[in-house]
Structure formats: structure tokens, C-alpha cells
Design a protein. Structure first.
Length: 132
């Protein structure tokens, strides 16, 4: 051993420990959608576990997809959760006030994806019969 720890050594070691704890806390707070650090914390309690998202990313995800289900658990959001998300994000477009519009947009997007997949499958079948 080098002898007793001096005050400056103690402070330096404590600063290092605090920095390591802060880094661990940041790494735990990664948004599951973008895999980036959460800036605007939005937590949901699902199946006995707290899930955390970046509120602005989640709002953008819901608006872009129209999907009113949690991306991890696939359970539908409750109205009070959407209202809390709207309050945190503070954008003009309120998800909680446009639920029917978003549900219709989600249905249209699902139909578009099914049609695209069907056309791709038909194109593949046509290509394979012509060239093989």
C-alpha cells in the first residue's frame, strides 16, 4: 500500500467514481427506437417493467406510422398516456385528439405494404418463370 489517502487523491477518486456512475446511467437511458441517448424522458409501465423512450422520437414515430401500439410490447397506448406524451412534446398536432385519423392512416399503410409485397411476389414469380 502507498500509505494514507490524501484529500486530493480522495477527491480525484470520488470524481472518477461519479463520472463512471453518470456514464452507466446514460448508457441505461438509451431510446429503443433510435438507439440514442434519451433527451426527453417518457416512461411507460408495462408487464411489471418500466420502459423509457425519448418523448419527441416516440411522438414522431406515432405520427409517421399511425401505429398506436407500444413498439416493444405491442400493447395499445391508453388515452392518458397519449395525453401525457402530447403534454411533454408540446407540438401543435396532438395525438390524443387525432386517434381516429392515426388509426385510419395505420390501416392505409398496412394495406399499402400488403399490396407492395403482393406485387413484389408476383414480379418475382414472373421473372423466375421467364428466365429460369
Amino acid at each position: 500500500s502507498r500509505g494514507p489517502e490524501t484529500r486530493s487523491t480522495y477527491k480525484r477518486n470520488q470524481a472518477i467514481k461519479n463520472a463512471v456512475l453518470k456514464i452507466q446511467e446514460i448508457v441505461k437511458n438509451i431510446d429503443p427506437i433510435t438507439r440514442k441517448v434519451i433527451r426527453f424522458n417518457f416512461g411507460l409501465y408495462r408487464n411489471g417493467v418500466f420502459l423509457y423512450y425519448d418523448a419527441k422520437v416516440l411522438h414522431k414515430y406515432i405520427c409517421a406510422t399511425g401505429d398506436l401500439r407500444d413498439p416493444i410490447t405491442r400493447s395499445e397506448y391508453k388515452l392518458h398516456e397519449l395525453m401525457r406524451l402530447d403534454r411533454i412534446v408540446n407540438r401543435k398536432f396532438k395525438i390524443s385528439e387525432n386517434i381516429n385519423y392515426l388509426k385510419n392512416a395505420f390501416i392505409i399503410e398496412q394495406e399499402r405494404v400488403l399490396l407492395r409485397n403482393h406485387l413484389f411476389e408476383e414480379y418475382t414469380n414472373l421473372f423466375t418463370t421467364l428466365f429460369y
